[in-house]
Design a protein around this ligand. Sequence first.
Ligand code: 5GP
Ligand code: MN
Length: 338
Amino acid sequence: MHAKNYKMDQLKEILSVRQNIVITTHVNPDGDAIGSSLALKNFLDKLGHSTNVIVPNDYPEFLKWMKGNNSIINFSSSKKLSQNLIEDSDIIFCLDFNNLNRINDLGELINNSSSKKVLIDHHLEPDNFYDFKIHDVKASATAELIYDLLIDLDSSLIDKEISECIYTGILTDTGSFKFSSTSSKVHKIVADLIDRGINISDISNKIYDNNSIDKLKLIGFSLSQKLELTCDGRAAYIVLSRKDLIDHNFKKGDTEGLVNYALSISNVNMATLIIETKERIKFSFRSIGGFSVNKFARDHFNGGGHKNASGGSLEDKLSVALDKFLESISKYSKDLNY
Ligand code: 5GP
Ligand code: MN
């Protein structure tokens, strides 16, 4: 049975009276996940709702400055509280992901909840678990969809702090306005956010110039010792074992952006970062141009994402996972030669 699809005016009507609202986002939240969630939370609070953001697990320090950050609930360390809030909720917003399997146990709680579910997302091929959907794969970030929604609901409530959250989502998900998703509309939104008082150099500083020495040394080590080419120089990859991470005092976020160095090599059209986590082997895929890493991740690594940025995982030993990756990518060697 398909979930009922509420129209925008129905959502507006629901939001016209005070509701208990939960906002959630994907595992390993990134700038778009946290920026979108906090923009929406701050806005809904201003409308008079009771709003809680629940994230599946922790996120990098460089995102822990936006308004509302201190109230974010981490499901992995506050399960009972999260469960109570979900039980008491009227509406659950699901931001920046489109498949409840992506958020593990939290997804199960949400799936079993009778609250209305609102999906706001820009990833390919959403699952049908929602009552209301705002979905556009052309959107540069979920934060862009949040901006459109807030403008539609009440543009006068978008203050400087909310603007900072939206900007963070767009900045990080467009690779600092470099990806092809960066439309003229994105720049018009940013112009409006600047008019609403954000300081872009201050935000850039908080996000990008906030590295620890351990992170930079891990990047240096990865590039000098672990960077490899395959597929006649068209694909690059980096493999990091648990030991590599422990040796460099790894903290969440320390490998963020690392895969892009591999992609920046001349003639390389596809790059992969392979990380041995405690539970599984995690893959990050990036491509330039026609090769769909979304399809590659779906077909071989239980994953997905976007055409040019995706991820997946395998529950194998690192050496087995690496062999599987090398075998899979070798089949596409010709497709990467453009
Ligand atoms: P990252 O490599 O930065 O972890 O993820 C890149 C993109 O792929 C993000 O948009 C992310 O949401 C998506 N992604 C990462 N891992 C997975 C996964 O295991 N499954 C799915 N469906 N998407 C993923
Ligand atoms: Mn996103």
